[in-house]
Design a binder for this molecule. Structure first.
Ligand code: PLP
Length: 410
């Protein structure tokens, strides 16, 4: 009997700490506690589809990002449940790499879940939070971001309640006009924060719009603010900005540290930079063949008769559908790997829980065979090419894995 645990995180190197730092003070890598919580079901006997996280590929991408960053440290952004790949799996794996000096996340519950899952490196929450949430984060050694006008009074109240200084990163808005303290009125705000004993400024950052010309304007604005603060003797801590796009396209934005997410999960910011780094797919989506049947000429398969055969052909049914995160638009355009061969998904062949494949004139697959729908094993099933063929942004596609993972983890 093979346990689910084995499938969830592949690569034997996980527990051995192949990526661990030898420098003192850096916590030892941890085996994700979530993996220990896994239900010991038997996949050999089960029909549910499953996701595998490739720890070695993830670590490879970390090294590629570190190389692109010119050796600068990485703050790994793990948000939106690691884009559907599971924050409590991906977070500890990333955090076990010496190149990763911290984890940033977008939501309070994700930060706390990763701490519980064994992430012991510095953590930063990227949003402003309510005061009770701030106290819980501080109690779990998560650094806060601040960018509200009244951040100072809020932080001072938290510090008073916690009876200790609060570590923060200042988020400056340089033109994305989404979140952050607008750069043109940030200086007095920063000065006010910097003079408080109960507030420790550990870092200062901004976020780009991913338009190179405007990015350069933002970069200049940020540096001007940094310089102005420096002239007043204000320490801004670690300066960081570059996410994936600017990591590839705007080298001067790397500052003291890069703050990356997409590249770590294998997503390039553009086709023209693919030769600059080799990013590997970090997951596999797999399912079992649960039915093999032959149909005759003139018969169709699936809803709306999108596929009609003109000769006898074998069909295989996979127990995976669009509710598991396999895009419905992959039908008629994508293929699936079984025992080293690729088989097309019939047009209209993806429904909520099933996927229909055409095998051809010979019965070449059997019930119980494992099918790989996405993964590194063949260029045809590379997740980036599946996303392209399914006409979905990669990130949006993989975010849909959350439901599947939740079932695997509980
Ligand atoms: C998501 C996010 C990042 C990481 O962006 P990628 O493009 O995925 O590398 C960095 N900083 C902030 C503030 C973010 O929200």
């Amino acid at each position: 009997m093979v346990s689910r645990r084995r499938f969830l995180v592949t690569s034997a190197a996980l527990a051995s700490g192949a990526c661990a730092s030898t420098s003192p003070g850096v916590p030892k890598p941890v085996t994700p506690q979530s993996a220990r919580r896994l239900r010991p079901g038997g996949l050999e006997s089960g029909y549910d589809p499953w996701l595998e996280i490739d720890a070695a590929a993830l670590r490879h991408n970390v090294r590629e990002v570190a190389r692109l960053a010119g050796g600068r440290p990485i703050m790994a952004v793990v948000k939106n449940n690691a884009y559907g790949l599971g924050d409590t799996l991906v977070g500890p794996l990333l955090s076990s790499c010496s190149e990763v000096v911290g984890i940033a996340c977008a939501r309070v519950d994700e930060a706390l879940a990763m701490r519980k899952a064994g992430v012991s490196k510095p953590m930063l929450i990227l949003c402003e939070v309510a005061e009770d949430e701030a106290r819980e984060l501080v109690a779990n050694s998560v650094m806060l971001s601040c960018w509200f006008d009244d951040s100072r009074t809020r932080l001072e109240r938290v510090a008073q309640r916690m009876r200790k200084p609060i570590s923060v990163h200042l988020f400056v808005d340089t033109g994305l006009n989404r979140e952050g303290m607008p750069h043109h009125r940030a200086l007095p705000w920063i000065e006010d924060l910097a003079t408080r004993k109960s507030i420790r400024i550990q870092g200062t950052y901004h976020m780009f719009v991913h338009d190179l010309e405007y990015d350069r304007v933002q970069h200049t604005r940020f540096l001007a603010l940094v310089e102005a603060a420096r002239k007043r003797g204000i320490r801004l801590g670690t300066l960081h900005a570059a996410p994936t796009f600017e990591l590839f396209y705007l080298p001067e934005s790397r500052l003291d540290m890069v703050r990356v997410s997409n590249a770590l999960v294998g997503n390039y910011p553009g086709e023209d930079v693919r030769d600059r780094a080799l990013l590997k797919p970090v997951f596999r989506l797999k399912a079992r063949v649960i039915r093999v049947e032959q149909i005759q000429a003139g018969e169709s398969a699936g809803f709306r008769r999108g596929f009609i055969t003109d000769r006898p052909t074998w069909l295989a049914l996979l127990s995976v559908g669009h509710t598991d995160g396999f895009p419905i638009t992959a039908a008629g355009t994508c293929r699936v790997l079984i025992n080293g061969h690729l088989y097309p998904i019939v047009t209209g062949g993806i429904s909520s829980t099933y996927t229909i494949l055409e095998i051809g004139s010979e019965r070449r697959v059997e019930v119980g065979d494992t099918a790989t729908l996405m993964g590194a094993d063949d260029p045809a099933i590379d997740p980036l090419s599946v996303a392209a063929k399914a006409q979905l942004p990669f990130q949006q596609m993989i975010t849909k894995f959350s439901a599947l993972l939740r079932r695997q983890l509980t």
